[in-house]
Design a protein around this ligand. Structure first.
Ligand SMILES: Cc1cc2nc3c(=O)[nH]c(=O)nc-3n(C[C@H](O)[C@H](O)[C@H](O)COP(=O)(O)O)c2cc1C
Length: 341
């Protein structure tokens, strides 16, 4: 019996009795303590090997940890030990920032959902880099990059460039976060002309960095689920035209249709978990259709079981990621999915 089988009967009731952000901080503290123990193993060799290749990288299996859970890369080895083939750290910004006012994270327990409006609270890119350098985990590590709250949207590209230059040498892929609904105007970067300008500049920089470090680090664009067909088609068009290496579908939604009238439904922020599963899968399927399989896709949103993981793979994802599912189902979900997909 794994210690993680105690999550649902014992640990979750305790964590759910706490404020969600306190529960998150406590989890990170526990993870940091565990990974500092002398006999701790950062890699998990007990799970079935389901190797897949994506963006020129070799993944031990298709399942990864989604961005936002370990924003500062403080518990890389712990999360790696759960069996994930890859961890997406961040979103990180050039300078440390405290994010939005608290409370800013809410559980929608009756729907297995979360609402957050964290606002890119993070300790800054240099802190993350120091943790990347220290890691023992040998799986794939992606870094999600964004802009500081105080940087005008017109100058956003400068922030992405700073982050990209600092993390490039130390990670395996970089995710461009233009879809978080909790940073003012960020999602406007998904508009055609702004997206084109951003992507062409980042691709140019990627070329330079690849020469400097003799290493090609793929770029992935993460999109929102709140996009109509025209916007989606145009984004796919710009992503392909700029030779971006992959797309992540999706971030959290501002829609409340699925949880209308439930506790905390009126809190503003991004909704995640089971309530966005269908919506995210539909976006994934459309993106798969528009991009005609020319680039790999990462399916995210409501992965909380073997079936929901298979659903993303069936809709065209090469890789899948989860966040809210871990909060509701606990660490055993990782091995369950990997062993049964
Ligand atoms: C508390 C919280 C913080 C998040 N922070 C980020 C973030 O910093 N960057 C990002 O790209 N996505 C962030 N996300 C979105 C997740 O990476 C993921 O796209 C979304 O939650 C849908 O997956 P899920 O249903 O498995 O949670 C965050 C999600 C939550 C719940």
């Amino acid at each position: 019996m794994s210690i993680y089988s105690l999550y649902k009967p014992l640990v979750r009731p305790f964590l759910f009795s706490l404020d969600p952000e306190k529960a998150h901080s406590l989890t990170i503290s526990y993870a940091k303590f565990m990974q500092s123990c002398p006999l701790f193993k950062a890699d998990n060799h007990k799970l079935l090997h389901k190797e897949c290749e994506c963006m020129g990288l070799k993944f031990a299996n298709p399942l990864g940890l989604a961005a936002g859970l370990d924003k500062n890369g403080e518990a890389i080895d712990f999360f790696g030990s759960l069996g994930f083939s890859h961890l997406e750290l961040g979103t990180v910004t050039p300078k440390a920032q405290s994010g939005n006012l608290k409370p800013r994270m809410f559980r929608v327990v009756s729907a297995n959902g979360l609402i957050n409006r964290m606002g890119f609270n993070n300790k800054g890119v240099d802190f993350l880099v120091s943790n990347l350098i220290r890691r023992k985990y040998s799986g794939i590590v992606g870094v999600s990059i964004g802009k500081n709250e105080t940087t005008a949207i017109e100058n956003a590209v400068d922030d992405y460039l700073v982050c990209m230059q600092k993390v490039y040498e130390h990670c395996d892929y970089i995710a461009i976060n233009i879809s978080c609904p909790n940073t003012k105007d960020l999602t406007s970067l998904q508009e055609t002309s702004k997206l084109d300008a951003l992507l062409s500049r980042l691709k140019q920089e990627q070329g330079k960095l690849a020469t400097t470090y003799r290493k090609y680090v793929p770029l992935v664009v993460k999109i929102a689920p709140d996009l109509d067909d025209n916007a989606l088609e145009s984004i796919c068009d710009r992503v392909l035209a700029n030779h971006v290496d992959g797309m992540s579908c999706t971030n959290t939604t501002t829609s409340r249709d699925v949880i209308y009238g439930m506790e905390h439904a009126s809190e503003w922020g991004g909704l995640s978990g089971e309530p966005i599963r269908v919506m995210s899968s539909n976006i994934l399927a459309k993106v798969h259709n528009y991009t005609k399989g020319q680039i790999p896709l990462i399916g995210i949103g409501g992965v909380n079981s073997v079936m929901s993981a298979k659903e993303k793979l069936d809709k065209g994802a090469t890789l899948i990621q989860l966040y809210s599912g871990l909060v509701y189902e606990g660490p055993e979900l990782v091995s369950k999915i990997i062993n049964h997909i």
